[in-house]
Design a protein around this ligand. Structure first.
Ligand code: NAD
Ligand code: MG
Length: 384
């Protein structure tokens, strides 16, 4: 540490985003060092990563895996911790320049808040944190003068479109692949299986976000994420289905000009940009060949078949604790779908009913969010 390289802590280093972030770091040893690595359960992969990247600290959230991890790393100068609280502590370590939040779900909220309070720049992949508590995160980030840089490909695209633009955004054009069920009828959706849902046409991602993509909740979350990252109103965010996932998103300005960011679908590009902003570093990633693609297509999303998108807009319009309820209920049904305990279309029913039943709260505190998340999970589980 203190060697001029950007010191990066990765929350969720064993996941899809985490492992790709480590590839970026490995490609640029002159610029980056992984100083903290953390995982939920996969102690074996975390140990392997620690051996390779020699971070100062590692955390395994599942405390049952602590001894295994400690023993696996006993010959290395790596501090080993376990538990959810340790995640919140480790992100505050001196020497960390940036925290990549690549863990999944509501569990990312507490460590993200902790990192912001310690003044660490945030590379944000964990969109659920902004969905649940965007207003609070923005307030804290402003208070602690901490930048929140988007990693989500659409938001990185939007960010790249507005870099250097002093004028406000007129409209965001948020592209969506439409997922594996884009052309399915309601009858087909009713019978959709998790195996079908887990086959995303363009992106290889963790299981939770892959299901969210199939149900379009992921796009709903990204609308909310865009609101908080870019300070626009829900009416200024237009979702457009673009099955090729080449236009990663676009921004329209007051004069009608539209800027888009394009590229082959590869999450290492937005991860690297969040690390290197405002600069760009070289990469050997695949280049876009427009003539080989030939055609790019765009269509309206269908919120009758994909009700989650409408539910997310509604949660955003109602504000307060509603996006938190939306997220909690979605985590419950997403898990249930992966365990074959609920049908594909029923997921939206349970989310909607949970949103109807949890009392509205206009300005939740951080403690409120933990309580509301637990309450909404209980309610959604009962409704299952
Ligand atoms: P993943 O399931 O592949 O990986 C999640 C990581 O978080 C793993 O390292 C896991 O061990 C860790 N983790 C999970 N639950 C945890 C807990 N309770 N406590 C501590 N650690 C925990 O997920 P992913 O696809 O890499 O997605 C990570 C985040 O990035 C999500 O919020 C997702 O929405 C977002 N995102 C992912 C992609 C993508 O391409 N995968 C794209 C955009 C945004
Ligand atoms: Mg995305």
């Amino acid at each position: 540490m203190g060697n001029g390289k950007k010191q990066i802590a990765i929350l969720g280093s064993t996941g899809s985003i985490g492992t790709q972030a480590l590839q970026v770091i490995e490609e640029h040893p002159e610029a980056y060092e992984a100083c903290v690595l953390t995982a939920g359960n996969r102690a074996d992969l975390l140990a392997e990563q620690a051996r390779r990247f020699l971070p100062g600290s590692v955390v395994i959230a599942n405390e049952d895996k602590y001894e295994y991890l400690r023993d696996a790393l006993s010959d290395l100068p790596v501090k080993v911790y376990a538990g959810a609280d340790a995640l919140c502590q480790v992100v505050q370590e001196e020497g960390i320049d940036m925290v990549l939040t690549a863990m999944v779900g509501f569990a990312g909220l507490a460590p993200t808040v902790s990192a912001i309070r310690a003044g660490k720049a945030i590379a944000l992949a964990n969109k659920e944190t902004l969905v649940v508590a965007g207003e609070l995160i923005n307030r804290l980030a402003a208070e602690h003068k901490v930048p929140v840089l988007p990693v989500d490909s659409e938001h990185s695209a939007i960010f790249q479109c507005i870099v250097g633009e002093p004028s406000p955004i007129e409209e965001i054009i948020l592209t969506a692949s439409g997922g594996p069920f884009r052309t399915c009828s309601r009858e087909q959706l009713a019978a959709a299986t998790k195996e079908q849902a887990l086959k995303h046409p363009n992106w290889s991602m963790g299981a939770k976000i892959t299901i969210d993509s199939a149900s379009m909740m992921n796009k709903g979350f990204e609308v909310i994420e865009a609101k908080w990252l870019f300070g626009v109103s829900p009416e200024q965010i237009r979702v457009v289905v673009h099955p090729q996932s080449v236009v990663h998103s676009a921004v329209q300005f007051a004069d009608g000009a539209v800027k888009a960011q394009l590229g082959v679908p590869d999450m290492r590009v937005p991860i690297q940009y969040a690390f290197s902003y405002p600069y760009r570093l070289e990469s050997g990633f695949d280049r876009l060949d427009l003539t080989r693609l030939g055609t790019l297509t765009f269509e309206e999303p269908d919120t009758d078949r994909f009700r989650n998108l409408a539910l997310a807009y509604e949660a955003l319009r109602r504000g307060g604790n509603m996006p938190c309820v939306l997220n909690a209920a979605n985590e419950v049904v997403n898990r249930a779908f992966l365990e074959d305990r609920i049908g594909f279309l029923r997921m939206s029913d349970v989310i909607e009913q949970t949103m109807d039943r949890i009392p509205f709260l206009a300005v939740p505190t951080l403690d409120d969010y933990f309580r509301i998340d637990a309450e909404a999970r209980r309610m959604a589980a009962e409704l299952l």
